[in-house]
Design a protein around this ligand. Structure first.
Ligand code: C2G
Length: 130
């Protein structure tokens, strides 16, 4: 059973997120999503519309997602890969080459999938005038 892990904020869940989850799941048989906590987002200077619990519940309702865990810091990824026996970490291409993910290569495969153009949480907020 190939186990896949991905990380993200997944605020205002949209088609770009769903397409990423769909393709990440298709890379294996089991998809784990590590969703960022409020604390971690504050550290990234990110304010989300939905809180952690809501973003977690929304992801758990997505057919491609098998398990949702908290992303609390940048340093947990190697431990996550070992703890959940992950075969591949899959991220969108905006993360391609990022040291936070390249550091995982000795422990698992790292795959970057093309981002879905024309959609982002920021764009949604801007177009809704927030
Ligand atoms: N994504 C995508 N296409 C979009 C928007 C997002 O493929 N139009 C992908 C991103 O590349 C990422 C995932 O969907 O792999 C989640 O995106 P965000 O919620 O914006 O997550 P991010 O802020 O990139 O947080 O430790 C890593 C961070 O937690 C990632």
């Amino acid at each position: 059973m190939r186990r896949i892990l991905t990380y993200g904020t997944f605020d205002l869940l949209h088609w770009g997120h769903i397409r990423l989850l769909q393709r990440a799941r298709a890379c294996g048989d089991y998809l784990i999503v590590a969703v960022s906590t409020e604390e971690f987002n504050r550290g990234k200077g990110k304010k989300t519309y939905h809180d952690f619990e809501t973003r977690k519940k929304m992801l758990e309702a997505v057919r491609y997602v098998d398990l949702v865990i908290p992303e609390e810091n940048w340093e947990q990824k190697i431990a996550d890969v070992k703890k959940y026996e992950v075969d591949s970490v899959v991220m969108g291409s905006d993360w391609a080459g990022n040291p936070n993910f390249e550091v995982l290569r000795p422990h698992c495969e790292v795959i970057y999938l093309d981002r879905t153009e024309g959609i982002s949480t920021t764009k949604i907020k801007e177009e809704l005038g927030q």
